[in-house]
Design a protein around this ligand. Structure first.
Ligand SMILES: [Zn+2]
Length: 284
């Protein structure tokens, strides 16, 4: 039972089986919650109805348990801040959209995929968005709900976003340079990851977010959302990423080993933990 106010979370997406890279991050989150005598929340990030599958929810629950990770609240055990699946939290996201809309932080973007490809300024990581030109920035739409169009957050160009990461130290990003106006709601009526995560971490009272180093820049975007929504951000702990023998990030290898296949091959969780190699965070 938790004896402190620390609240951490595990936030897997049911779009495939967990691989070793996920396990490393979730293990760190688990260790930190236990070290603080805190509470660990399991959140099912099934935001994308096209890519999420129920079998993978059962899959990550089984794989995490096999790995030795336990949690205190979640879609399988319930808890005081239910529901724990993003697919059931739409009302929370709509409220946040409305707040951002009414205070003028977001605007509708009608650029097509083709427009966006043509105006992309720089090559970007697969996990990242290209810097948006701001072409639709002055566009206005009278709407009661976000339906049918992309909505972007207007970042304060040139404004520094500074934060101290517990694992990686001081971080500085510049809005409009390191990242541009990012999506908060998609035209297919699905809230964007950045908005959903901020709303959930806040409403689930998470005090520390543990995740991979590849999301450091994403944290800068999210801090702008916390500010715009008048919410207090949690602390952040970005883990080093796991690499294979050749130094390639596991998350970037499409053949990254799933926990499931390792378990079936007779590998033990202790063996995996002793073999982890960390990547140097040198690709920014
Ligand atoms: Zn646009």
């Amino acid at each position: 039972m938790a004896t402190s106010t620390y609240r951490g979370r595990l936030a897997p997406s049911p779009t495939g089986y967990l691989h070793v890279g996920h396990a490393r991050t979730f293990w760190t989150a688990y260790q930190r919650a236990r070290a603080h005598n805190g509470t660990l929340v399991l959140r099912n990030e099934d935001l994308d109805p096209q890519r999420s599958k129920q079998e993978y929810v059962q899959g990550f629950i089984e794989d995490l348990q096999w790995f030795g990770i336990t949690w205190d609240e979640g879609p399988d055990v319930g808890g005081p801040v239910a529901p724990y699946s993003q697919g059931e939290r739409r009302d929370f996201y709509l409220l946040a959209w409305k707040k951002l809309y009414e205070s003028g932080f977001i605007y509708p973007c009608i650029c097509s995929r083709k427009d966006l490809a043509e105006i992309a300024e720089a090559p970007h990581e697969a996990s990242d968005e290209a810097i948006y030109s701001g072409r639709c920035r002055d566009r206005k739409l009278e709407m009661a709900a976000p339906r049918g169009v992309n909505w972007r957050f207007r970042v304060p160009d040139g404004h520094p976003v500074n934060f101290r990461d517990t694992a990686q130290g001081e971080q500085t990003y510049t809005a409009g340079v390191d990242f541009g106006d990012f999506l908060v709601w998609r035209r297919d009526d699905v809230p964007a990851y950045q908005l959903a995560v901020v709303v959930d971490d806040s409403s689930m009272c998470i005090t520390e977010v543990v995740r991979g180093c590849d999301l450091l820049k994403s944290t800068a975007r999210q801090l702008l959302l916390y500010e715009a929504l008048g919410l207090t951000p949690p602390a952040f702990y970005h883990c080093d990423l796991v690499c294979d023998d050749a130094g390639v990030r596991l998350a970037k290898r499409h053949d990254a080993l799933s926990l499931r296949s390792l378990r079936q091959a007779g590998v033990k969780p202790e063996q995996l933990r002793s073999q982890w190699q960390m990547c140097r965070n040198d690709d920014e």
